[in-house]
Design a binder for this molecule. Structure first.
Ligand SMILES: *Cc1c(COP(=O)(O)O)cnc(C)c1O
Length: 351
């Protein structure tokens, strides 16, 4: 078994399945009024040191991001994001749809991290012709980034202070929130509101849930609008307790932290093993659970013949061509990835 195509290819944790089975053994109020959700809300407020925060659950990251952004911006405003952001490349214009047509302004920076100068430049440029332009709306950053790198707290603060000066709110796409958190070794509060983040998409699915993401709004004044948008957008679950149960188990006994630590450790092992091969290189630093690396085509052929699953990154590379030419790939580890799986893959690509 060599599955590195996505964290989503991995299974949900047994603790999560058990919690869903347990939730199935009872009647409960619907639409988020279940007692498990009350405990989840308290737990998240506690973990984030944010007693006032509004907390909601949805089933996909696309819904979390799009509903969060819709709550932050008007249709005639723009969301600043990296040009490789998931909201730009992988959400089929759901953010534009849910916001009622707000624009995305794409920013640069290596390893999928926005540079402060590109953000400042874009903000300075926005709205210069008045009514003819979109207006400043929000900043959206992703941590862990789409390139498997992690913004440090200083890097986050450099961006959020620019947003603060421009009087726009900041959204964090945390589909891999916990992988970044354990990589930084900081608290959830430090990675978010203490560093200027207003709204978080707090991912669970990629880190061992069946399908739950929380949206955390640190300003409760935004809560009612979010609730209305979630319902109107078809993401208020009637049998909500199954979502609550997953999130509760996730945040119990450090399961969320343990799973992210395991995934990150396997990526570090994979990354070090690839670097040790002659003729191989990393394309981005490995700072969480994703490895971007290049190695000779013959190693890719061997991997594919052995049934390994992963993506060429970018997609448009071919197995046909000279054996020694380097091809680039993305390899994603999850909580269930084993050392044997990693070592077997390394042996296979080494030929
Ligand atoms: C996977 C992912 C999401 C969520 O995707 P869904 O398929 O909608 O659950 C959001 N942001 C990032 C950076 C992701 O990698």
């Amino acid at each position: 078994m060599m599955w590195f195509s996505s964290d989503n290819a991995g299974p949900a944790a047994p603790e999560i399945m058990d919690a869903m089975v347990k939730a199935n053994g009872m009647y409960s109020a619907a639409y988020g009024a279940d007692p498990i959700m009350d405990r989840v809300r308290d737990r998240i407020r506690d973990l984030f040191e944010a007693p006032e925060a509004a907390v909601y659950l949805v089933a996909t990251g696309t819904a979390a991001n799009s509903l969060a952004l819709a709550t932050l911006v008007q249709p005639w405003q723009t969301v600043y994001c990296h040009r490789n952001a998931h909201i730009e490349e992988d959400e089929c214009a759901a953010p534009e749809f849910y916001t009622g047509g707000a624009k995305l302004t794409l920013l640069d920076g290596k390893d999928a991290k926005i540079t402060p100068s590109s953000l400042q430049h874009a903000i300075d440029f926005t709205g210069r012709a008045g009514v003819h332009n979109v207006q400043k709306g929000a900043l959206s950053i992703t941590n862990t980034t789409e390139n498997g790198t992690v913004y440090t707290l200083d890097e986050i603060r450099a961006l959020t202070s620019i947003a603060r000066a421009a009087e726009i709110p900041v959204h964090l796409d945390g589909a891999r929130f916990t992988n970044a958190l354990v990589s930084l070794g900081c608290t959830p509060a430090e990675m978010t509101w203490k560093s200027g983040i207003d709204v978080v998409s707090f991912g669970g699915t990629k880190n061992g849930l069946v399908g739950v993401e929380a949206v955390i709004l640190f300003d409760p004044a935004r809560a009612w609008e979010f609730e209305l948008r979630r319902k109107r957008g078809g993401h208020l679950f009637s049998k909500h307790r199954y979502l609550s149960a997953q999130m509760e188990a996730y945040l119990t006994n450090d399961l969320w932290l343990d799973m992210a630590r395991k995934a990150n450790a396997m990526a570090a092992r994979l990354s070090a093993g690839i670097l040790a091969l002659p003729e191989a290189r990393l394309d981005h630093p490995t700072e969480a659970n994703i490895v971007f690396a290049s190695w000779p085509r013959k190693g890719h052929k061997a991997a594919q013949e052995a049934g390994a699953h992963y993506y060429f990154w970018p997609f448009d590379q071919s197995l046909d061509g000279p054996d020694d030419e380097l091809l680039s790939a993305r390899l994603v580890c999850n909580w269930s990835t084993t050392e044997a799986e990693v070592d077997n893959f390394l042996k296979t690509i080494a030929g």
